[in-house]
Design a protein. Sequence first.
Length: 342
Amino acid sequence: MLHRGRRGHLRRRAVLAALLALTSIGVTVTMAAPAQAAEPRGTRISRAEIIVRAYDWWQRRIPYDQEASATDVEGVRYRTDCSGFISMAWRLSSSRTTDTLDDISTPISKANMQEGDMMMWDGAGTDGHAVLFEKWANAEKTRLWIFEQASTAEDMNHREAALSEFSHMTAYKYGDGDGAADSRNESFNQVAGTEVPNPGISAPACNSRTLPLFRLTGYRNVEMSYHSCIRAESSTTLTGWIAVSWRPYSGTDDDSTVTVGTKFDGFGIHPQLQVDDITKKEWECWVGGDINAAASGVRGCSFSATRPTSGTVTVDGFLNWDENNDGLFAFGPHYVYGSPVL
């Protein structure tokens, strides 16, 4: 029995009290109040997002079971076998099988595989298997890293393997392969953003939310917030950014300014330009490690883009965390929704 994903998540957008007018380069641009809208699944997704979603199930050690399901980071359930795992990583609307994953993907050469692609074998009857490609393990492209819901004996797996192990499989890219930034299913490459040490994080350009309390292993708690921001620079250009701010958690015995054990490793910030809830492009910045958690700080990832001529325009995205002293991403991917609407 297949366990289908129950629904697309809702984009949570805080409501501004009124429309805000911005004047830039002699052009008046209106910022509309954010609104709630359904986020469709099975559309466009960056390769980075696919891999971060895969890491979430691996870090949670989701057990293999063809008759069970587990949630992704947004609470949507997927079947916990090999094809259900691929469906979750690709953020599909339901759990497909090895008989149907090729209906929404395009065959490619194994030599051309990139992060987030799949290798699959569709055997006779109920036979078949699918694995998610993460990266090449050597320059010769004879070894690779994969994720897979392997079996009841191995469960969720992340391992290095020889490419020859998958000689019976075909490689696939998620999507129709046309590369167009439309609403059709498609994986795409993210591009580099600009790291900003102290970006603006206040209204009217930004909306803010508090993250769960962040625990540095064995040392201290840190309060963190994210800020999703957009600003019209003219009638044809815009700037967008996502920022993360932090400060030592007050009211506990670990809020001193002692620097021993108060570093946390780096994190990724992935702002996405959304038009009518479809991701048109994604940027990424990696904020360096050894950040001092004994003092407050803020870091951001910014981009400039041509302003779309139609549609509802926002900046959403996600955060992902480096090892943070305990060997795991602290939150898995944490989705960021709710910039003001342009």
